[in-house]
Structure formats: C-alpha cells, structure tokens
Design a binder for this molecule. Sequence first.
Ligand SMILES: *Cc1c(COP(=O)(O)O)cnc(C)c1O
Length: 486
Amino acid sequence: MTAEGMPLQRGHELMIEKSRPGRIGADLPRSDVPSVSDLPQHLLRDDLPLPELSQLEAVRHFTRLSQLNYAIDTTFFPLGSCTMKYNPRVHEEIARLAGFADLHPLTDDEDAQGAIRVLYDLQDYLAALAGLDAVSLTPAAGAQGELTGILVTRAYHESRGEGETRKRIVIPDSAHGTNPATAAMAGYTVTEVPSDADGDVDVAALAGLLGPDVAAFMLTLPNTLGIFESGILEIARLVHECGALLYLDGANMNALVGRVAPGSLGFDIMHFNLHKTFSTPHGGGGPGAGPVAVRADLAQFLPGPLANRAEGGNYYLIEPENSIGALSAFYGNFGVALRAYAYIRTLGAEGLHAISENAVINANYLRARLKDAYEVPYNRITMHEALITGRRQKRFGVKTLDIAKRLLDYGYYAPTVYFPLVVEEAMLIEPTESESKEAIDAFCDAMLAIAREAETDPELVRSAPHSTPVRRLDEATAARKPILHW
Ligand SMILES: *Cc1c(COP(=O)(O)O)cnc(C)c1O
C-alpha cells in the first residue's frame, strides 16, 4: 500500500489479491492416514482463506518481490558502519557441507572432531588478530558480544571485591546506540564523554570523568566518525590507571584487520562482528556472530563452550571455570563461524592486510571526490568510511533524508543517515574493499548530480523517490502503527 492507502501498481498485488477460486499450484497426494471426524466442532476451521495461484504465478510473485530488494549482489551498498562487503560464494558451499550442516549439536565431541577443530582454529585466528589471549565464539551478534564483554567486566570487578563500587561505564558521545544500551542492561549507569573539534575523544574531559567508581571505558576504533583516535595510548593509560577495563567495540575492524592488534594498544576486551569484517550476508538482520576476545586473566569468565585441544591432539569443548554462563544455545551461530573461518583461510595474513588497506583507500578516495560538494565535518584523513553532511544542501531546503531518498532513483541503497548523532545532517558512507574504482566513481557521480539538483531543482530532491514501486512512505507510522492485514 502507498502512503495514501491506494493499492500498489499492477504486478505488485498481494498473493491473496491475485487469488482465483479453484486455481491450484501444488498437487498433493491423497492422504494415506484416516481422516478424523470426531474433533470438537469449535476446533474445526470451516474456511481457510489461503491464496489460490498457479505455480508460475507464485514463482513470479516471489521472484518479483526478491527483485525489489537492494542487495550487495545487485548494487553498491554505501551503508556506513555495516561493512556491506562481498560475501564469497564458496562460503555458502562450505556452510552447506553435510558434515557441518547436518551435525547434531549434541553429538559427542569425539564424533565432531572436524567441527570443533574449526571452532578451535577460529578462536586462535581471532585471538591473534585481536592481540589478546582467549576467545568465546558464542555471542550471536555484535550487540550480544558487547553484553558478554560487559558481563565479563562485571565478573572481573566482582572477583576483586569491587563489584559494588564500580557502577559506571564511560562511553563517547559518538558511540553506536548499542553501547549505552549494553551498559544499562548490565546494570551500569552511563557517563558520556564528548568528542573534540577534530572528532577524537576529548581526552582531558575523559580524564575528569574517570575514577574508582568506573568499571570500563567502551570505545569504537576507528570511531563512528571514521577517525582513528590519535590519543588512544593516553586513553588506555588513563583508563588502566583508575583500575577500569578498556573495551573495544570491534565493529569497525575492517579498518584495522591484519594491521593493528587492539590488544597491543591496551584494549582488555573486544568483540568482533564476524558478519561484518569476515563476510556473512547480513542485510535484513542476521544471522551474525559477535565473538569476544579477552586478555588471559579474563578467560575464566567467558561464556562457554570454548573449543580446546588435549595433549594427544583430540579436540573437545569446555566450560570456563567462572563463566558468566551461556549466551546462546550450544556453540552459537556455527554457520557464521564457518564462513569466517573460510574467509580467513582463503585470504591468509597477506589478504587480511590488503582488506584494511583497500577499505581505507576506497573511503578516502570517495571522500576526496565528494568533499567540495558536501560539507565534511572533520577535514582529515579518514579510515574505512567517509563522513559527509547535508548541511550545505539544507540551505536550499533539502534535507539529508531527501538526498538519501533521491539516491534510490539513481539505483542505490541509501547511506547511513543521521548517525553518528553528534554530527548534524550526517551521512556515513562505507565503500568497503570490495568495490572497484569504477563503482565508487559511479556512486560519486550520482551524489554530485544530487548536490547540483539540490541547488537547481530542490523540489525534485524533496519529492524523491520518483522511480521506486512506492513513493515516500510515512516511516514513523509504518513502524508504530503498521497495517499488517487486509
Ligand atoms: C553494527 C554495530 C554494532 C552492533 O552490531 P550487531 O551485530 O548489529 O549487533 C555495534 N557497534 C557498532 C559501531 C556497529 O557498527
């Protein structure tokens, strides 16, 4: 339905609207069990209004719907902070291998040696990339990895008799919303530290906020402005000086992977987003994995099971001694772990090194091409994503949301908009290492054309999109009062 409540254009009707009585798409065999006639009357359904369509109609319906989607397989996907990189097809083959896909999670360790070895090796690779000592693969998303890390932090302080005194977690104002949500869920109060004029954490302000009541400082690196914190070593020193732990939100590891091991910068705990950095299809919400890496003395608190190896060479699963408890069923999203394992093995150390290099070069190229048409809030070399704003266009009455909608007419998904919250009219664009120069140029050409339109024909941009199956929706109403049936 459109915003005005009119049915969609022909070809986009619902299956129930295409239905014609008696039309059949599947031929079911005659039932070979006796039908039951003595069920209580009130349990019987006299009409079941299922759509009646031929197979061809059903196939066309779903194929057409699938083509309405934007996907990394069809378009450049500029969504910042999400790392929408190419997901190699070989991963799908590997994840579907019967030996993995059909393995029952309760299989004895000795009959699941190959699968446990994959987990063991992946723990090992991630520990090396983190520069930390132990890894739990079980958290099912970045946000759950954060929760895991903060629960480990709480267990650590409790083990030292400081659980009652350390009640605060400090988080930069540029952080992803999951960071303060995580801290609150784990029972902490949140103190916000401002960013300075260059987009870095204001280190002097941070120093003033730290103290014996702080449990952790949660930092994203590079931060959500795409900036590598130039004060990171000083930040680590200050955080440790007050007895708190330094937590890394590792969602932006695509800028660092294979190049900087966060443990060497002073991070005590971090999570990875396997679905981002190590390529699992993750548009539409999942599945993902948010493994957590910690320094050696925190390993005892990790959620199990962890994969381990006996002297003799057999692999087995263990529960850490003082574990915070399970975060997911069995060993988490195994299929995502398999894809990450395959990705790391395929690329090797050199390949991983090249990822971060190309991701950073691509983002800086994109930023350089757009910086004269769009205002850039921090005029410095960026890491793996470029932050621009729609502030100049706003003067012509064109908002960032309008620019995002106009991009749909050019065949692109919209970038991340209005995030980070600290930057007015923000647009966060992450090309990733997957895109060619030609693809980035074509996207930049579209952005530059929209910037010109904003000046010469602002109404065209304000009323976009014009070429999509539905025009501009009332998104707040769609989210808050969705019409879910006809
Ligand atoms: C994506 C992201 C998260 C959350 O990760 P999910 O896997 O979506 O739960 C947290 N922080 C940052 C900076 C992110 O980009």
